[in-house]
Write a protein that binds this ligand. Structure first.
Ligand SMILES: NC(=O)NCCC(=O)O
Ligand SMILES: [Zn+2]
Ligand SMILES: [Zn+2]
Length: 461
């Protein structure tokens, strides 16, 4: 069945222009003015932007963490993503020491099977870099299509890996063409500071932030970069929250290293004062790295604008306030880390970024979609609107003013960190490989329609 989107303004990372878009099956087959499209279903996009579907390179669906499991699974999470204009996610597949990578990947495929309503890929966590793991990585990258590997430098005694593991992973990644991702915080320093805070009777949510200082993120970012340079490898720093980390990434890029960075909507639009909300409300704002002093926001926006940071991921890791965040009522270290953001990523970036003049409309598309497609081996199939690309398309109405609320969001969680925030922009319709997932703000997608995307290896520029 053919579809033609008429009357909208096509926006890619490079261009903004009035055009009709013809879709045949799963692909875009023509772009032009007043396209002949006999028998095609007509979709009116007058007054709207026609955007490539968002690519969220950082989600945690159905993930055991912090003594509980994230509230969104691959159905509720991908459905909420679609309502927010995202048509592809890359979720983190956890691994355990002693487990084969094949087994961990099979577990993650099982979580997604029959549930995802949009396309998805996986990043693979590296818990240990023994000979078996390093050997198995070849088929992970070349056969499984999982071309990005994640090493945690924090969460001591849970996920944290040592420098030897990180270095061996980088060396192997260089051989295989995989992109290594790091959660960059110095886990040993954080462990010391959190134990000290608890000993001194400091148990409230704000101590989560006070025991994870910016320099602990800066140090780990700098260390990961140094190891990347030693291995002549390629690095992607996830959820960059502060100037101390941006500075290290800027210096590395200045040196010509293959170092990339991602930030998230919470670091761009919220700050550390949220953790001091009355009662236990601050628990809703516990992320790692933590929210920072407000002045860091300008540094992050400028880093996106100037290309020091390339992408915005949601780090969607949703826990209900009641029953999950509450686990840490008497001890901030027991508050599950993370928040629900898969749905509001594009809106925050458009409303706070484009509307406020911090980034251009094309940069908005670039950081929310195109750059992730390029870095993670999906471009030009995804991340743009071009003849031959997947018809992953968002019809976005920039004129609508609305208020974010848990009462109207679609994430399976009982609060929204942006509750009450007035934003511009509404996602009207979303197509995934040519099929509507959201149509005129109604869900029309299908559990299981989302496909696993095997991704290409990282291409060194
Ligand atoms: N970021 C966070 O607080 N939770 C999710 C896990 C991670 O990405 O570190
Ligand atoms: Zn992390
Ligand atoms: Zn994360």
């Amino acid at each position: 069945m053919k579809k033609v989107i008429r009357g909208g303004t096509v926006v890619t990372a490079a261009d903004t222009y009035r055009a009709d878009v013809l879709i045949e099956g799963e692909r875009v087959t023509a772009i032009g003015s007043e396209l002949e499209a006999n028998g095609a279903e007509e979709i009116d996009a007058t007054g709207c932007y026609v955007l490539p579907g968002g690519i969220d390179p950082h989600t945690h669906l159905d993930m055991p963490f912090g003594g509980t499991v994230t509230a969104d699974d691959f159905f509720t999470g991908t459905k909420a993503a679609a309502f927010g204009g995202t048509t592809t996610i890359i979720d983190f597949c956890l691994t355990k020491k002693g487990e084969t990578l094949r087994s961990a990947i099979a577990t993650w495929h099982e979580k997604a099977r029959g549930k995802a309503v949009i396309d998805y890929g996986f990043h693979l966590m590296i818990a240990e870099a023994n000979d078996q793991v390093l050997e198995e990585l070849e088929s992970v990258v070349t056969t499984e299509g999982i071309t990005s590997l994640k090493v945690f430098m924090a969460y001591k005694n849970v996920f944290q890996a040592d420098d030897e593991t990180l270095f061996k992973t980088l060396v192997r990644a260089r051989e295989l063409g995989a992109l290594v991702q790091v959660h960059a915080e110095n886990g040993d320093v954080l462990d010391y500071l959190t134990k000290k805070a608890l000993k001194e009777g400091n148990t409230a949510p704000i101590y989560h932030a006070l025991t994870r200082p910016p320099e602990a993120e800066g140090e780990a970012t700098g260390r990961a970069i140094a190891l990347t340079a030693l291995a002549d490898a390629q690095l992607y720093v996830v959820h960059v929250s502060c100037a101390a980390a941006v500075q290290r990434i800027a210096e590395a890029r200045e040196r010509g290293l293959n170092v990339f960075g991602e930030t998230c909507p919470q670091y761009l639009a919220l700050d550390i004062t949220a953790l001091e909300k009355p009662g236990f409300e601050g628990a809703k704002y516990v992320w790692s790295p933590p929210l920072r002093e407000k002045w860091n926001q300008d540094v992050l926006w400028n880093a996106l604008k100037n290309g020091i940071l390339q992408t915005v991921g949601s780090d969607h890791c949703s826990f209900n306030y009641i029953g999950q965040k509450e686990l840490g009522r008497d001890d901030f270290t027991k508050i599950p880390n993370g928040g629900p953001l898969i749905e509001d990523r594009l809106t925050i970036l458009y409303s706070e970024g484009v509307r406020q003049g911090r980034i251009s409309l094309n940069q908005f598309v670039d950081v929310c979609s195109t750059k992730a497609a390029k870095l993670f081996g999906m471009f030009p199939r995804k991340g743009t609107i071009a003849v031959g690309s997947d018809a992953d398309i968002v019809i976005f109405d920039p004129r609508v003013k609305r208020t974010i609320s848990a009462k109207t969001h679609h994430m399976n969680v009982d609060y929204n960190p942006f509750e009450g925030m007035e934003v511009y922009g509404e996602i009207v319709s979303v197509l995934s490989r040519g099929a509507f997932v959201v149509r005129d703000k109604q869900f029309v997608g299908q559990a299981g329609a989302g496909q696993f995307i095997k991704r290409a290896a990282f291409e060194r520029p």
